[in-house]
Ligand binder design. Structure first.
Ligand SMILES: [Zn+2]
Length: 151
């Protein structure tokens, strides 16, 4: 296949490095891809990129990394908007913004919940997110609550 970047070289199978920076830390992975023999431009599958980005989020979640960049990366890996994660964590969108820009130290409990959602997602589960959604939509109990006991 001809290279679409330089229109001169041929794309050949090659190991390709995916690299993303989160704050001051770089994450790298090697995947099967293609490289142009003439200009060196590389390409790889979008599914590999998605798997890589999820793995980066899982590594950040497991490490307890508390930077704003890490928080944003994990949020985006869950496809959550700032308003969505604010609702789940019972804070304002402004607070999410302050955490992600590093103006305010991230609440440790909120960070732990976000990390749990990421680690759940990595295992194909949404247990933590479902539990937080249930709390966000909680209905207050009345003054008197009748409890039915099993006989
Ligand atoms: Zn090329």
């Amino acid at each position: 296949m001809q290279c679409l970047s330089c229109n001169q070289g041929t794309m050949r199978p090659s190991m390709v490095e995916i690299r993303r920076e989160v704050g001051e830390r770089a994450f790298v992975a090697s995947v099967d891809g293609q490289k142009c023999a003439a200009c060196g431009v590389a390409s790889f599958k979008g599914t590999d990129l998605a798997r890589f980005e999820q793995a980066v989020a899982a590594a950040l979640a497991a490490s307890g990394e508390a930077s704003g960049e890490a928080f944003r990366w994990m949020r985006k890996a869950l496809n959550l908007r700032a308003i969505d994660v604010a609702t789940l964590l019972a804070v304002t969108p402004e607070t999410i913004s302050r955490w992600e820009t590093g103006r305010v130290t991230i609440d440790r409990g909120a960070l732990a919940l976000l990390a749990l959602m990421v680690l759940d997602h990595d295992r194909g589960s949404a247990a933590t997110m479902d539990a937080l959604r249930a709390r966000a939509a909680a209905k207050p109990l009345g003054k008197t609550v009748k409890i039915k006991l099993a006989p």
